[in-house]
Design a protein around this ligand. Structure first.
Ligand SMILES: C[S@@+](CC[C@H](N)C(=O)[O-])C[C@H]1O[C@@H](n2cnc3c(N)ncnc32)[C@H](O)[C@@H]1O
Length: 237
């Protein structure tokens, strides 16, 4: 049995020739299917279909939103692993997981496959995709870090503690909302729904662009039915 973990960027236009060749060599794609309107499943179906590969949709186990976050995520991953294990035992062959963006950033697929490989005789590899930070940088025509300096990739949830710890150049993902009070003089490069028809961009001094971003974020959500955004945030020089 073999699993190929394939990064597909932000849509079919980002599927690299290497990823496409790997996908065409697979017998089927395993994809989680959520109960509600599932744009990501639709995107995976479109990509798999374009390369003539069947999608096996696996109902995504519910996540306990009331429980402790780490515990709830661990339980959810365990339930997912068991569901995928059943499919693999039944079908065998070469399966693909199509990962939004790149598998190395805020994605659990590699960890899930490691757990599958502990239960089944599986060989697996990873094919890179274009990540949201790469697309953000390209759209704004910027380098993510100052010359010779670092970029700290983090989540909206951790932003305040990372700034308190001294970070001054942050790429912030997984934002439930934008909380930038007190950072009005920092610089911001923001993007939502990148690579899709509802893409939105804004950049400038936080105090000058925050209202525009809130409106653009609401607009992207209304147009697409969902919004995913990230930003680069840099302290004043
Ligand atoms: C679960 S993470 C997946 C990241 C993905 N593996 C990558 O390589 O970019 C989802 C977060 O990535 C960012 N993201 C993913 N797709 C995006 C898009 N098309 N436009 C803007 N941000 C996006 C958002 O911060 C979102 O909350």
């Amino acid at each position: 049995m073999r699993i190929r973990i394939i990064g597909v960027g932000m849509g079919p236009q980002h599927v690299t020739p290497e990823a496409a060749e790997a996908l065409r060599g697979c017998d089927y794609v395993i994809a989680a299917a959520k109960n509600t309107d599932d744009g990501l499943l639709a995107a995976r179906r479109a990509i798999a279909g374009a390369h003539g590969v069947e999608v096996v949709a696996v109902p995504d186990p519910p996540r306990d939103r009331e429980a402790d976050y780490e515990r709830a995520v661990a339980d959810w991953h365990e339930a997912r692993v068991s569901a995928y294990e059943s499919v693999l035992r039944e079908r065998g062959g070469t399966a693909a997981f199509l990962v939004w963006g790149d598998p190395s950033l805020y994605d659990s697929t590699i960890r899930i496959v490691e757990r599958l490989a502990a239960r089944l005789p599986i060989d697996y590899d990873v094919l890179p995709g274009i990540s949201a930070p790469q697309l953000l940088a390209a759209r704004h025509r910027i380098v993510l870090h100052p010359v010779g300096g670092p970029v700290h990739v983090t989540t909206g949830r951790r932003l305040r503690e990372d700034i308190a710890a001294g970070q001054t150049n942050l790429c912030v993902m997984l934002n439930a909302h934008l909380d930038l009070a007190g950072l009005e003089d920092w610089s911001l490069w923001w993007g939502a729904n990148l690579g899709t028809p509802t893409e939105a961009l804004a950049a400038g001094r936080v105090g000058d662009v925050l209202d525009e971003i809130e409106r653009a974020r609401d607009g992207a959500k209304a147009a697409a039915g969902w919004v995913m955004d990230l930003y680069l945030l840099r302290a004043p020089a």
